[in-house]
Design a protein around this ligand. Structure first.
Ligand SMILES: [Mn+2]
Length: 320
């Protein structure tokens, strides 16, 4: 359901004094999309600011132009508009954005399902592999030839969200977009940084989760929990939590993996699946959202209460 890009293109070509934001715990798609939009539509001349509240994961620091990203407390413009990329609404951007929404134009580009915030205009394509794939199509339709800095960021976003063209979200359009970007991209650099470069804390947390993971439902469900104390023991910050849940899917025969992360005041539940098991429905029933094979939710309450509740809900999927 490709939406009409004309309104988005007119907005990006003409809007001044805009904040571009992604989601908390930023990933390659969110950061790549932000940087690509900024450079393709000449954000510098229009006084745009790229804002992310969290620390950027070390392995994503290769993305060209990343030094432009600022923290919310460093916003130094009279904000007239906001562009949300790869996540819609304050529960994804972080609540720092709240004071900047009232009375401003808000546009969104996203590929996550769920009836979240839409703003004045939303380009939503749940069938797109990555927000960067949608951004690439918008840039193309705007008649802009992507410079290498734009190509590297878009390609990185697509590669990150498809796990290097391995996930089921890899479509012909996604491969076509990537093919057009490829001549301007250092593909080895992208692969090494996205898949072969972890922080020590991240790697140790993966080891911890692989050691403590539990199987249920005759080996179809696998889960692990990361308690706050464990994160502290390994010196891990929020930037060290990426990609751990994918290991929950790896034991032979597992169809659904769940990782519980204990944060201040809430539990983040990360859900992954394969073989057609739909975790998006489960995520929605928990107040979250995402994609069919990769979703998540944030639930208030202690780990000891949230974990059994979610595991029981997951078990029901396999009981049918
Ligand atoms: Mn994405």
């Amino acid at each position: 359901m490709q939406k009409d890009y004309a309104k988005m293109i007119a907005f990006l070509k003409n809007q001044h004094n805009m904040l571009i934001c992604g989601h908390e715990q930023p990933d390659g798609d969110c950061l790549g999309s932000m940087l690509a939009v900024y450079h393709a539509f000449d954000g510098e001349s229009k006084n745009w600011r790229l804002v992310i509240p969290d620390t950027i994961p070390e392995n994503l620091k290769y993305l060209p132009g990343l030094d432009l990203i600022i923290k919310p407390e460093d916003i130094d413009i009279e904000v007239e508009a906001v562009l949300m990329l790869d996540g819609r609404g304050l529960h994804r951007t972080g609540f720092w954005l709240e004071p900047y929404l009232a009375g401003r134009r808000v546009f969104c580009i996203d590929h996550h399902m769920g009836s979240f915030f839409e703003g004045e205009y939303l380009v939503l394509e749940p069938e797109a592999s990555a927000t960067a794939e949608i951004v690439a199509a918008i840039i193309e339709e705007a008649g802009i030839d992507p410079e290498p800095i734009v190509a590297m960021n878009l390609y990185s976003g697509i590669v990150a969200d498809t796990a290097c063209f391995r996930y089921m979200n890899t479509t012909s359009r996604c491969l076509n977009q990537a093919a057009k970007l490829l001549p301007k991209v250092d593909m080895e650099k992208v692969r090494i940084h996205l898949f072969e470069d972890c922080s020590m804390a991240n790697l140790r947390l993966k080891g911890y989760c692989c050691t403590t993971m539990q199987l249920e439902c005759e080996g179809k469900l696998c889960y692990a929990a990361l308690e706050k104390a464990t994160m502290e023991r390994f010196g891990a910050g929020s930037e060290d939590l990426y990609n751990i849940v994918s290991y929950m899917l790896m034991p032979h025969g597992v169809q659904m993996g769940i990782l519980f992360e204990e944060h201040d005041g809430f539990i983040k539940v990360c859900l992954r699946s394969r073989n057609g098991v739909n975790v998006n429905r489960l995520a929605k029933s928990l107040g979250g959202g995402g994609h069919m094979l990769a979703s998540g939710a944030r639930i208030k309450g202690p780990l000891a209460e949230v974990m059994p509740r979610v595991i029981n809900a997951a078990k029901e999927i396999f009981a049918k």
